[in-house]
Design a protein around this ligand. Structure first.
Ligand code: GDP
Ligand code: ZN
Length: 357
């Protein structure tokens, strides 16, 4: 059972010390106000944080959906206790709404982030790149999904613009209406891997989730309804198995995860890297062979992950191009608008003169 949830030999190794201490491995499949739902090899259980973890959670991060945890099973008291959290491979974070603006982990160990955007009139490259930035930042593999391809008169042409900014991430077209492109989408997620869908509301995420789930769609509808009304049933799963073996993570708030970062921009998403570049000896440092380069030093010391640095560079280059294009488009729109305004203005004056005469 736990293999279905993505348990691997590598995880078993990371867990060895906990196993020796008599703890049981489990994956967090739902987080509710009153505790966690976890999947063990023997089935699902409710679990609570140990006193120590609960205390640490004031400063550090409590376990999130997708986390692998070490459980103490207390058959006497009925409830299992989460004693430890295994190191996370990836984390999807969100800036907390509180005044401190701390990073909040909303899902852990995600493998694939589907950045979903609709191919109707408001296909917005800037928004897509913000969601992409959040996905790169998480450490998961981003896949751009352009939905409602049936509404575009030139789907391939529209997709070409997005491919240019996707920095190598796959860009896939789907139409849920025509049932096109769903299989290639699911093929991006191997059995036992976890995917999430993020993107603005109305782009077609629920429709895709329903298509993924096939006949199980009623289950997820019930889950979301309960969440929206703030009622939390202990049995609702936020990490669900899809037909075919992939896993879908769908917690409240995850679909809009890039949105808060979207307002802050790329520099905040990669603010640690941005800060580092400030420590380079030369202001115009190219971060390759320059003496006193803080980035190269951080890469060598291991303080900076080479993968993240590569993503930052790729995204940065693409963003500059998109930025320029967005500015040109905005200028053109401005010109059109002011031309239309002065036309209206002249017409109004003509009418006024006519009325006064
Ligand atoms: P969400 O807010 O991202 O979950 O978006 P929904 O899945 O609720 O979809 C928003 C609207 O788009 C609904 O009216 C859907 O019927 C419609 N929609 C979803 N997928 C498609 C599609 O492939 N083609 C068209 N034409 N409409 C779609
Ligand atoms: Zn440098």
């Amino acid at each position: 059972m736990i293999a279905q949830y993505g348990w691997t030999d590598a995880l078993a190794q990371a867990f060895a010390a906990h196993a020796q201490a008599g703890l049981t491995p489990a994956r967090v499949i739902a987080q509710h106000r009153d505790g966690y739902l976890v999947a063990t090899d023997d089935g699902e259980l409710r679990a609570n944080l140990s006193g120590r973890l609960h205390h640490e959670a004031q400063e550090a991060q409590p376990p999130a959906v997708g986390d692998w945890v070490a459980l103490a099973l207390n058959p006497a008291e009925g409830a299992a206790v989460i004693e430890a959290v295994l190191p996370r491979r990836t984390v999807l974070t969100r800036r907390a709404a509180d005044s401190l603006g701390r990073l909040q982990v909303i899902a852990a160990n995600i493998d694939v982030v589907f950045v979903v955007s609709s191919m109707n009139a408001d296909l917005n490259p800037r928004r897509i790149e913000r969601y992409l930035a959040a996905a790169w930042q998480s450490g998961a593999r981003p896949v751009v999904v352009l939905t409602k391809s049936d509404l575009s008169t030139d789907p391939q042409g529209d997709a070409a613009d997005i491919i240019a900014l996707a920095a190598g991430a796959p860009v896939l077209l789907v139409s849920a209406r025509d049932g096109l492109g769903l299989e290639p989408l699911l093929a991006q997620v191997a059995p036992g891997e976890v995917c999430v869908l993020i993107g603005s509301s109305g782009v077609g995420k629920s429709t895709l989730v329903n298509a993924f789930l096939g006949e199980d769609r009623m289950t997820i509808a019930a889950i979301r309804e309960a969440d929206d009304q703030g009622r939390h049933t202990t049995s609702s799963r936020q990490l669900v198995l899809l037909p075919g073996g992939a896993l879908l993570l769908d917690t409240p708030g995850i679909r809009e995860v890039g949105l808060i970062d979207a307002e802050e921009g790329l520099s905040e998403v990669f603010d640690d890297i941005e800060r580092m570049t400030g420590d380079c000896r030369f202001n115009d440092c190219g971060h390759s062979h320059e003496p006193g380069c803080a980035i190269q030093a951080a890469l060598q010391s291991g303080a900076l992950d080479p993968g993240r640095w590569a993503n930052f560079q790729k995204l940065g280059v693409e963003l500059a191009a998109v930025e320029q294009k967005a500015q040109r488009v905005a200028k053109a729109a401005e010109r059109r608008q002011s031309a239309a305004l002065s036309k209206t203005y002249r017409a109004t004056r003509r009418d006024h003169r006519g009325g006064a005469d």
